[in-house]
Design a protein around this ligand. Structure first.
Ligand SMILES: Cc1ncc(COP(=O)(O)O)c(C=O)c1O
Length: 442
């Protein structure tokens, strides 16, 4: 029981990505805009969009209404039959992704979007178990294939990526460039070249696909501008399909509908996976957007894909309302504008706080603040992926003050809902400034 006489989830529920005995998170009873309302009456300003997914804020009235309306009409029809709302959403996604003439396969979330993207790519390449290249320091989901694809230290012991024919290359991480260059652009090109070298080593004929996050990801790496175009070139030259995992970076998070679009249509991937912002998190849904060229190659093949609830009409209704809301409220452009402003404010924080080694991102409302023990040597505050105690204390105090921040390892990740008011964001950054001074000043 909580102090308010309510049942406490710790007595009955297992939670994700935590040690059960340590779990101690607040109970949320409602929300509005960038705010969450707790059962003890406190309000929390949400700078994380709750796992970077509530891009439209909490309880957006259009999403609530769309789910309500759909529930009155048709709660469920299997994915093997048709539903109007599913077709409408697919058309919108093909339009905003620029993959016109392609097709959309709906999933339940991000991990199974990636699973199915791999299946579809392997089918299209006529390599049912063809090699897939992913990168270190990436996150693609917590299903078994998701874990195999992810370069994530937390799950590596649970899965044999090699047995699933998944191969990893070093990441485009200029701040700690694994290729030993101090030039961000050279680092991006070297990371793409590492993919080329891996494909050549495995054999282009035996490599079905490359999967990468084009921008924002929970591992806090923001690739330099040179990376994606070079990656597109090396995959196209070798006839290997390129999958953009846009689960976190999609729907305006990085200032475009999809982050790769910052590089222009010639650099379009062959498949896009998305989830999170697809419904603004009002209902669970993911999608694989398949280009027309890939669709042509699978059009006459049996697709061994799908879970019972794939493309659930209630979720598709939320998705359709979300896409239209991003467009009608101009939120993609707003993210770009406000993201640039937020980035500039964070850079000012870096001038004041020695503990900030780098601020990266800023292509939309997504930024990563990397904390270091020594700015000159870039020595990390704690070895990756551990969370330094000072940062843990900062996050606890932030929450106690009514500010929720996302974090991983040495990183503070700022990913507010795209509807956050500028004054709310300014207030959050001012509070972060004070928290950094209290917990991390030297
Ligand atoms: C880039 C990326 N891919 C895939 C996933 C997995 O999505 P889900 O948790 O919906 O399965 C995530 C989740 O954080 C993600 O950030």
């Amino acid at each position: 029981m909580t102090a308010h006489g309510m049942r406490h989830e710790a007595d009955s529920v297992l939670h994700s990505w935590c040690v059960p005995a340590d779990w101690d998170a607040p109970t949320v009873v409602g929300g509005e805009g960038a705010w969450l309302l707790l059962e003890d009456g406190r309000r929390i300003l949400d700078l994380s969009s709750l796992s970077e997914c509530s891009l439209l804020g909490h309880q957006h009235p259009r999403l609530v209404q769309a789910i309500r309306d759909q529930a009155q009409t048709l709660c469920f029809v299997t994915n093997q039959w048709g539903a109007r709302v599913r077709a409408e959403l697919a058309e919108e996604l093909l339009e905003v992704s620029g993959l016109r003439g392609g097709r959309v396969f709906f999933t339940l979330g991000g991990a199974d979007a990636n699973e199915n993207a791999i299946k579809i790519a392997r089918l299209a390449q006529e390599q049912p178990q063809g090699a897939v290249i992913a990168r270190d320091r990436s996150y693609h989901g917590a299903s078994y294939m998701g874990m195999a694809l992810s370069g994530d230290a937390r799950v590596q012991a649970f899965v044999d990526a090699g047995a699933l024919n998944v191969h990893h290359v070093p990441p485009p991480y200029p701040y700690r460039c694994p290729f030993g260059t101090s030039s961000p652009e050279a680092c991006g090109r070297a990371a793409a070249q590492a993919v080329a070298t891996k494909i050549d080593a495995v054999g282009a004929q035996r490599t079905a696909a490359v999967i990468m996050e084009p921008n924002a990801g929970s591992n806090g790496i923001v690739p330099p501008g040179s990376f994606w175009p070079a990656l597109r070139r090396v995959t196209r030259d070798r006839g290997v399909l390129l999958i953009a995992d846009e689960v976190m970076s999609g729907f305006g998070r990085c200032g475009h509908w999809f982050a790769w679009q910052q590089h222009g249509q010639p650099h379009a991937p062959d498949l896009i996976t998305c989830a999170k912002g697809l419904t603004g998190a009002a209902a669970p849904l993911g999608a694989v957007i398949v280009s027309a060229a890939v669709y042509e190659r699978i059009e006459r093949r049996m697709l061994p894909i799908g879970l019972t609830y794939c493309g659930h009409p209630l979720s598709c209704a939320a998705g359709l309302a979300a896409v239209r809301t991003y467009r009608d409220e101009g939120l993609i452009e707003r993210s770009r504008r406000l993201g640039a402003w937020m980035f500039e404010r964070l850079q000012r924080l870096q001038e004041r706080h020695e503990a900030i080694g780098e601020v990266r991102g800023g292509d939309g409302l997504f930024a990563v603040v990397e904390l270091v023990a020594d700015r000159a040597t870039r020595h990390p505050l704690a070895p990756w992926p551990q969370t330094p105690p000072a940062l843990a204390a900062l996050l606890r105090e932030a929450l106690a003050q009514g500010l929720s921040l996302a974090s991983r390892g040495n990183l503070i990740i700022l990913a507010p809902p795209l509807v956050i008011a500028q004054a709310e964001l300014a207030d959050a950054i001012a509070r972060l400034d004070a928290l950094l001074a209290r917990h991390l000043s030297r």
